[in-house]
Write a protein that binds this ligand. Structure first.
Ligand code: RM4
Ligand code: MN
Ligand code: MN
Length: 424
């Protein structure tokens, strides 16, 4: 199904007077209002193909109704999200969960919905049917050169799929690691990984990038071969200019200062982009901003400051992506909430009075520095987001509009109540 613009307009119309009141109340105090609105509307966040079905845990999966049954239907769902929020104009594919069999028609379908393809993701953390060698003991770091070779070839194949879709980046996440002390020689595992990544790097087209993701644990519980940003940064530096570090917010040990990590990577030109999500304990799949929106704001504060210092375009300078998957929520609603949370944090960061903050920092006025940050954070920027979305032709309130239009009920009618999406 596809949402028609007039359906959104009609619902917007009913809420317009209230929106105007709220918008004017906040807008009056914002310096450079037009610039802020323009930046918010230019900002897009890619949707992962694997988040459109209901996720599960190792204990079970409770499928939701009307889930997409194939790639075409996943693209259709991203089209629905984008029609509502005007900020999700791309989709990131995980291969082989989503293989674009016919790139030309997939691209045409996406383009018709105003979408394009973001980074492609390889998968050497699962064995596929008919796969010759197993990834049970890892892939790019494997002690056996033949397994490494197979994993390298898979990554090269993923690049080829990406080229057909006009993607410009390969994102690599490895589950390689060890479960028990003594299982692995860390140095050799790192060297093997580097050598394998070099072979993949050499296969990248000129205008492509490789993004290296890190994760401290899971599925391995003793060591992960690319376990933190230092190891990813080291690999990216040794590989060359096309390689950089991908930060997945849920891939940090509790209490890690992610905003500081981000700031340093950005300073070094090695911040590839983000996988946004949230977590309370060890999860990496909760809705963005659902647990710690202040941390998200602090991250965006560093991003805006750091991107401005390097003269980067906020919308295109970094890869923005969601990486989450849910067990209990309607995936489309969850993604709409996540995108909204990201835009809120971004807009708040745009409101930080940078000159005042800089002078507070330079005079060691700690109290004032905190006041400045928290003034921006405590501003209700939702009317700004709504305004930018309205002007772009989207919904004032994407989740409420999705519900008013009974989208899920329509999808269930079309696709059935017990569908099983590919992926997690
Ligand atoms: C991993 C990592 C990767 C994602 C897989 C499904 O934890 O975040 O980015 O592709 O999950
Ligand atoms: Mn991720
Ligand atoms: Mn993850």
């Amino acid at each position: 199904m596809q949402i028609e613009k007039h359906q959104i307009d009609e619902i917007n119309h009913q809420h317009l007077a209230k929106h105007r009141r709220k918008f004017e109340f906040v807008a009056v105090d914002i310096a450079k209002l037009d610039e802020v609105l323009q930046k918010i509307s230019a900002f897009n966040i890619a949707i992962p193909s694997w988040a459109l079905g209901t996720g599960g845990t190792r204990f079970g999966r409770f499928s939701g109704g009307g889930e997409p049954r194939n790639l075409e239907e996943k693209i259709e769902d991203v089209g629905i999200i984008h029609a509502l929020n005007k900020s999700s104009n791309s989709i990131s594919l995980h291969i082989p969960w989503d293989i674009p069999e016919n790139a030309t028609s997939i691209k045409a379908q996406a383009a018709q919905l105003g979408l394009h393809f973001d980074a492609v993701n390889s998968n050497t953390f699962q064995d596929q049917p008919n796969q010759k060698l197993s990834y049970k003991y890892g892939s790019l770091h494997h002690v056996d050169k033949a397994v490494r070779r197979q994993a390298v070839e898979h990554n090269i194949e993923v690049i080829k799929y990406g080229v057909q879709l006009d993607s410009k980046a390969l994102s690599v996440w490895l589950s390689d690691g060890s479960n028990f002390p003594g299982q692995l020689n860390f140095r050799k595992a790192f060297q093997n990984t580097l050598e394998s990544l070099h072979e993949i790097y050499d296969a990248l087209p000129d205008d492509w990038k490789i993004w290296i993701e890190y994760k401290p644990y899971e599925p391995n519980f003793y060591s992960t071969t690319i376990g933190d940003w230092g190891q990813s940064y080291l690999l990216a530096t040794k590989l060359g200019a096309k390689a950089s570090t991908l930060v997945d917010l849920g891939h940090h040990l509790q209490g890690a200062n992610i905003e500081q990590i981000v700031s340093i990577l950005l300073m070094e030109g090695k911040l590839a982009g983000f996988h946004f999500n949230d977590s309370k304990y060890g999860d990496d799949d909760l809705t963005v901003g659902s647990i710690n929106p202040y941390q998200l704001f602090l991250i965006f504060n560093e991003l805006v400051e750091g991107m401005d210092a390097r003269g980067m375009n906020h919308a295109t300078g970094i890869g923005w992506m969601i990486d989450a998957s849910h067990n209990v929520k309607d995936p489309i609603e969850d993604l709409l909430q996540s995108v909204q949370a990201i835009k809120i944090a971004y807009a708040q960061a745009l409101l930080v009075d940078k000159n005042a903050l800089l002078s507070a920092q330079n005079s060691n006025d700690v109290t004032l520095a905190q006041e400045i940050l928290q003034t921006a954070y405590r501003t209700d920027v939702r009317p700004l987001i709504a305004e930018a979305c309205l002007v772009a032709g989207g919904a004032l309130d994407p989740v409420a509009t999705y519900r008013r239009l009974n989208v899920r009920a329509n999808l269930i009618k079309e696709r059935g109540s017990k569908t099983v999406a590919t992926g997690l």
